[in-house]
Design a protein around this ligand. Structure first.
Ligand code: FES
Ligand code: FES
Length: 160
């Protein structure tokens, strides 16, 4: 089967064009933050950023990501990842944690474009992510808190 090249967390990689991206990320790249919740594009547990857009990896093939940049939470800059971890932990937005990486991917897709979102925008950003545990309000709170942390980090960085 023909191979297609793309980048995963900044590294060049090759994937068979018919291979399922979720399967490849978990088995070949060992990026286990990407979860298999439903395998049919319905839960958001497998979300990754593809050229900055939050997309379900289970619904993508190698052919669909050819030439694109795929980012998982393992590829976030450490300070940015720490900001999400703090915000989600402090808001009580993590219970079993299964949905969390996908939620964080949706949050990042939002905050990269809209650094200071409204609660409604934060709610909308996670509409394709299912959480069985938290009831969503805490995840919205965490997304808004992450926005504040990111803004604070940028200010600090700007002053340095
Ligand atoms: S595992 Fe991909 S959307 Fe559920
Ligand atoms: S924290 Fe358990 S599914 Fe969301």
């Amino acid at each position: 089967m023909a191979l297609r090249t793309f980048t995963v967390n900044g590294r060049e990689a090759a994937i068979e064009e018919g291979r399922n991206l979720l399967d490849w990320l978990r088995r070949e790249a060992r990026l286990t933050s990407v979860k298999n919740g439903c395998a049919e594009g319905a839960c958001g547990a497998c979300m990754v950023l593809v050229d900055g857009r939050a997309m379900n990896a289970c619904a993508l093939s190698g052919a669909k990501v050819a030439g694109k940049r795929v980012l998982t939470v393992e590829g976030f800059p450490p300070e940015e990842l720490a900001a999400y971890e703090r915000a989600f932990a402090e808001a009580g937005a993590v219970q079993c944690g299964f949905c969390t990486p996908g939620m964080v991917i949706s949050a990042k897709a939002l905050l990269d474009k809209t650094p200071d979102p409204t609660p409604e925008e934060a709610r909308k950003a996670i509409r394709r992510n299912i959480c069985r545990c938290t009831g969503y309000a805490k995840i919205v709170d965490a997304t808004l808190a992450a926005a504040k942390e990111r803004a604070g980090d940028e200010e600090e960085g700007g002053e340095a």
